[in-house]
Design a protein around this ligand. Structure first.
Ligand SMILES: C[S@@+](CC[C@H](N)C(=O)[O-])C[C@H]1O[C@@H](n2cnc3c(N)ncnc32)[C@H](O)[C@@H]1O
Length: 272
């Protein structure tokens, strides 16, 4: 076993937190467990040697691998479906009226992981707008820091078990057979509705337009209080008046930081 000293652990922890906001304090076993094999395979004799190389390789392949290995990308279709029900019943009818002239919606999934959340959003939008959908621009921007997760997202290939929970009508309409037996692939039509990009939530937001809908679900749990605070300020600034923010159902939002109205415990709205 490759030993990880306290100092080495702090160094990895500090690096991940300062660059990506991810707080791994108290997760030493996870860090060791996930990194050991990789570090050994790459030929490093210890974690100090490894971190020297990572820090020298600023923004390069070693850093990318580190993020891929240590980020938690767990997600699944139909996760917190109440949010999608709420979108269908409350948010989309309002937006259909409000943006009737421009027919252009700005929707962003800020921690898209392997794609299930943005693809479901695209499916819901196509379902909601029906024949009228071709008249609207409802492309979903889907970002994450993990390039491995994004690669899977772009491929849009899932196992039978992964797509199981999707409604039958959606499966028939939006999935086709995947490249391997027993796999399913998101249809071209849906893929075209999602734009995947790598983006670190710690960076300044580059968006030119304000967002009508933002998903930041199950990502702020990895950040500490101050990091969340900074992030939420940027999120608030990029929200359209009347726009909605969705966070994970087990997460909380400190409304002293930004004056959003709570619609449900995990659904927030900016004043009109
Ligand atoms: C647990 S997944 C959540 C996926 C999806 N939103 C959901 O609720 O099912 C968390 C995702 O946040 C991403 N993430 C963590 N820190 C990030 C950061 N600083 N910038 C962008 N994405 C980040 C991870 O790579 C991971 O894919």
């Amino acid at each position: 076993m490759m030993n990880m000293t306290e100092e080495e652990f702090f160094r990895i922890q500090r690096f991940l937190k300062s660059r990506y906001g991810i707080d791994m304090a108290n997760k030493r076993e996870i860090v060791c467990g996930r990194l050991e094999n990789y570090v050994r395979t790459k030929g490093f004799r210890n974690y100090t040697e490894y971190m020297n190389a990572v820090e020298k390789d600023f923004g390069g392949a070693l850093e990318k691998d580190l993020v891929n290995i240590l980020s938690t990308n767990h997600t699944f279709f139909m996760r917190e479906f109440e949010h999608f029900d709420f979108l269908r019943k409350e948010v989309l009818p309002w937006l259909r009226q409000k943006e009737a002239a421009r027919k252009d919606l700005c929707i962003w999934c800020g921690a898209a992981s392997t794609g299930q959340e943005p693809y479901m959003t695209a499916m819901l939008l196509m379902d909601f707008f029906g024949l009228e959908h071709t008249l609207w621009d409802t492309k979903v921007l889907a970002t994450d820091i993990s390039t491995d997760a994004l690669k899977q997202a772009v491929a849009g290939v899932y196992t039978k078990e992964q797509v199981e929970a999707l409604p039958e009508t959606w499966k028939r309409r939006f999935l086709k057979n995947g490249p391997k037996t027993g796999t399913y692939e998101i249809s071209r039509e849906v893929k075209d509705q999602v734009l995947f990009r790598q983006f670190n939530l710690m960076d300044p937001f580059p968006f030119k337009r304000k967002m009508h809908i933002i998903f930041l679900r199950n990502v702020m749990i990895y950040f500490d209080h101050e990091t969340r605070r900074q992030l939420l300020k940027k999120v608030y600034d990029v929200m359209e008046p009347g726009g909605y923010l969705f966070i994970g159902r087990t997460e909380t939002l400190d409304r002293n930081v930004i004056p959003l109205q709570m619609i449900q415990p995990s659904v927030f709205r900016k004043a009109l």
